[in-house]
Design a protein around this ligand. Structure first.
Ligand code: NG1
Ligand code: ZN
Length: 501
């Protein structure tokens, strides 16, 4: 057992200011980078405790600003299979981070598991993307087993993605170059290595790669800029040609947005909902061609932010489930399908293949050459897709695979269904805790009476839909509205915001 005095003296070097309260939320602890020190110390202890609780399995710790401005920062834990930290531990995390004194911290640690855990070994994964860390954690924990996820290095990750992508597009005509906005984040570094591995199987033009320029991260570029502003990052104006497709990653490369300019130079966004639709339709088609119809079922998971156009299109074809915001909800719901496709409209998502489905894919006997080809494609998809978490670079290869197979341009992909015009606004309120929701955040149960007023308002708009929920990552309430016309969606959003304020 470790000397309490040693822990005490370390803890005293990282005191928690009494003025701040930390909360482990949907995206871990989020705070200004310069306030992160005491949190980091406590997260180190937490990770060791979590590892000990799980018989010494490897746990991941990711430090990232993600899609936020550079000074904002955060730290989150990754569980052994590369998934988000189990929900029940979010409370332990919050308690440890908020222990007001060193004594209180020591008590909180003892309450969990005692000090032995502090002897944990650490491995530095260096500067890499969030999805690479998730991959590494799963690869380390499955090393040498039947379910081995790949070699536990960044090179192993790149090799797994690129070799399966090459097999998927072999023999297909090469697509025109893809412009990639790296948000001046770490996706630029990993994207560069990926481009090298892919050689001429995909022509990638990397932009916004200034990872050393202060203030550049996610600034007027990146997936969040594209989704919230619904426009082209200004830095791409001189790069992107009409008809050419482009995509934006966020700062840690776990969100992906596609877009293109039409012949008139108008911007068209292909967001997470468009990606989910493209991917689900392709996988359904492959399962049919492989002779697996009725044997493996494909399902979709969305949140209330999914565009009504996508929900309509998808529910006419597949089972669709709506869950509350937050990757853990999407991920867990997707695990209930044989093949579960989940995407947030903001571009975070992936595809999960159940263990039974993986078994089916490896044992199924195709009865024609066409079935055999489709089956091989499905197997290669399970390798190109990062099944631990949403991964912009992996999702990009998935999208590129499908576009190559279907010979789709951005325009053809976009025409699968029409997006309803929509508006998302933030409202600063005195107490966002007063806003409580039900039905996967689509209806308010508190403040009393507000939902009835909202319903009354929405009824006056053709194709109108609106909902209000407290943000889990910012001190604001979010209002979403859509309607069949742009002006109506805007008006509805602002009138609902008026009710909330
Ligand atoms: P909040 O702040 O709870 O709306 C935001 C995103 C989520 C998710 C988390 C974690 C929207 C509307 N919300 O959550 O989808 O990505 O951040 O990063 O995009
Ligand atoms: Zn991110």
């Amino acid at each position: 057992s470790l000397p309490v005095e040693a822990i005490r003296s370390l803890a005293e070097q990282h005191p928690k200011p009494s003025s701040v309260q930390f909360q482990y939320g949907t995206a871990g602890f989020r705070t200004l980078g310069n306030a992160l020190d005491p949190v980091m110390f406590r997260v180190g202890i937490l990770a060791a405790l979590r590892s000990k609780k799980l018989d010494g399995k490897t746990i991941g710790v990711m430090v990232t600003a993600s899609h936020n401005p550079e000074p904002d920062n955060g730290v989150k834990l990754v569980d052994p299979r590369g998934e988000m930290l189990e929900a029940s531990w979010e409370t332990h995390a919050t308690n440890l981070a908020n222990a007001p004194t060193t004594n209180a911290l020591i008590e909180a640690v003892e309450a969990l598991h005692g000090f032995k855990a502090l002897g944990a070994e650490a491995r530095n994964a260096g500067v890499t993307t969030t999805p690479v860390l998730h991959y590494l954690v799963r690869a380390i924990n499955t090393k040498g087993t039947k379910g081995s996820y790949g070699e536990d290095t960044e090179e192993g990750y790149l090799e797994k993605l690129s070799s399966s992508f090459k097999k998927l597009v072999a023999g297909k005509p090469a697509l025109p170059s893809l412009v990639i906005d790296c948000a001046n984040g770490v996706g630029a570094v990993v994207g560069e290595k990926l481009a090298h591995q892919l050689g001429n199987s995909l022509s990638m033009i990397l932009t916004n790669t200034a990872i050393d320029t202060l203030g550049a991260l996610n600034n007027a570029c990146g997936a969040d800029f594209v989704k919230t502003q619904q426009k082209l990052p200004p830095s791409l104006a001189s790069v992107l040609k009409p008809g050419q497709r482009a995509c934006s990653l966020d700062g840690d490369a776990d969100r992906l947005m596609y877009y293109y300019l039409d012949d008139q130079g108008h911007f068209h966004m292909l967001d997470g909902d468009k990606i989910a639709t493209l991917v689900a339709a392709f996988i359904v088609e492959l399962t049919k061609s492989a002779g697996l119809e009725g044997k493996v079922q494909v399902g979709i998971v969305q949140t209330a932010y999914a565009n009504g156009g996508s929900t309509k299109y998808l529910s006419e074809r597949l089972p669709v489930k709506c869950v509350p915001t937050g990757v853990k909800h999407l991920h867990h719901a997707a695990e209930h399908y044989d093949i579960g496709v989940y995407f947030e409209a903001n571009g975070h998502g992936t595809v999960l293949f159940s263990p039974e489905t993986l078994e089916t894919l490896s044992t199924h006997q195709p009865s024609t050459p066409a079935q055999s080809t489709a089956l091989n494609h499905l197997v290669n998809l399970t390798n190109v897709i990062n099944q631990t978490v949403g991964d912009a670079l992996s999702d990009m290869l998935l999208v590129e695979t499908i576009l190559a197979h279907k010979s789709y341009s951005g325009l053809e992909w976009d025409s699968l269904y029409v997006d309803l015009p929509n508006r998302l606004v933030k409202v600063v309120v005195a107490d966002r805790g007063a806003f409580k929701t039900e039905d996967a955040e689509r209806r308010l149960i508190s403040p009393p009476g507000l939902q009835a007023k909202l319903d009354e308002l929405v009824r006056r708009y053709e194709g109108g839909r609106s909902f209000v929920r407290p943000s889990g990552t910012e001190d604001v309430v979010r209002v979403y509205a859509e309607a069949i016309a742009r002006s109506q969606a805007d008006e509805l959003a602002f009138r609902v915001a008026g009710l909330v304020y």
